[in-house]
Design a protein around this ligand. Structure first.
Ligand SMILES: NC(=O)c1ccc[n+]([C@@H]2O[C@H](COP(=O)([O-])OP(=O)(O)OC[C@H]3O[C@@H](n4cnc5c(N)ncnc54)[C@H](OP(=O)(O)O)[C@@H]3O)[C@@H](O)[C@H]2O)c1
Length: 268
């Protein structure tokens, strides 16, 4: 299989590293197309695959093409590669807000996948939700699943519209978690802890709690009651969070992120 990644910034680099490390593709069959001179130099040093400038000269021989440029750079790229793809090539886009219909039309191509990974892909702990268009047979569907699973968990969906909610939840979700960590560190300092110690405690608490959430059979409500006893310290904080309607703030925030994702897709 010849695999090509167009745009080897943060995300493209993660995929290229995992594709070779997990022996999905041989280094000599991996083509990295990158516009940025400095980035290309970095890629050369890393020695992960063949590197090409943004002319996409060798695109015809690719069986799989992963597009990882920023959405605003896509129009120009599509004009460059339209009509040059192998008819059976699978195109996987991880670009936010570029729809399946956009991809089909702009590339005049029938085998396209729209995927939404998230930042923990960096540690192979990502969550990728993806949607295929109608052209895929069973073997091709399995191939897509295998490729996307290099960065963590995957979930295929049939309704593309759900990708706005996915973007708001798993796409943006890591930032919500970092925000909580940031507020806990600030709070720790308010109650007399130094910043360094607060950071150690908060990081380990959140990592440990995330592990419990993942490994335990208990629901989130049950997990809360395992920590919070009646009249205790945890309850004092949780009662205040409820009073301040933190639940509503989270719900409305995620609704706003979903709506923003829809707006951005319309502007592309
Ligand atoms: N980062 C995330 O957590 C995340 C999560 C989900 C989805 N995504 C999606 O992933 C995509 C990439 O994000 P990123 O954070 O990896 O962006 P990035 O670091 O900016 O990487 C994109 C790279 O593509 C290069 N490029 C632009 N046009 C090109 C072309 N025509 N041919 C070859 N290379 C080209 C850019 O060069 P220049 O810098 O010179 O423009 C840049 O080096 C985006 O569409 C984003 O929506 C990202």
């Amino acid at each position: 299989m010849n695999l090509c990644i167009i745009g080897c910034g943060n995300m493209g680099l993660i995929y290229s590293r995992f594709f070779t490390e997990q022996q999905i593709v041989k280094k000599e069959n991996l083509l990295l197309i990158e516009k940025n001179d400095e980035r290309r130099e970095e890629l050369k040093q890393k020695n992960i695959g063949n590197i090409e400038v943004a002319t996409c000269k060798q695109i015809e021989s690719s069986d799989v093409i992963l597009i990882a440029v920023k959405p605003q750079d896509y129009k120009e790229l599509a004009q460059l590669i339209k009509g040059r793809l192998n008819k059976n090539a699978i195109v996987i886009s991880i670009m936010a807000g570029i729809t399946i219909a956009d991809l089909e039309t702009s590339l005049a191509h029938n085998l396209v996948v729209r995927a939404m990974p998230n930042a923990p892909a960096l540690y192979a702990k990502g969550m990728t939700v993806y949607c295929l268009n109608n052209g895929f047979d069973k073997a091709q569907q399995e191939q897509v699943a295998k490729l996307l699973a290099v960065t963590g968990k995957i979930q295929a969906i049939e309704k593309e519209e759900l990708l706005d909610a996915v973007t708001a939840l798993s796409g943006s979700g890591p930032a919500y978690f970092f925000y909580l960590a940031q507020q806990m560190i600030k709070a720790a300092q308010q109650v007399g802890m130094d910043a360094e110690m607060a950071e150690v405690l908060v990081k380990q608490t959140l990592v440990g709690a995330a592990e419990m959430l993942d490994k335990s059979d208990k629901t989130t409500a049950e997990l809360i009651t395992t920590v919070a006893s009646r009249g205790g310290t945890t309850e004092a904080a949780l009662t205040h969070f409820a009073l301040k309607e933190m639940d509503q703030a989270v719900i409305v925030g995620i609704e706003k992120a979903t709506n923003r994702s829809k707006e951005l897709a319309q502007n592309n």
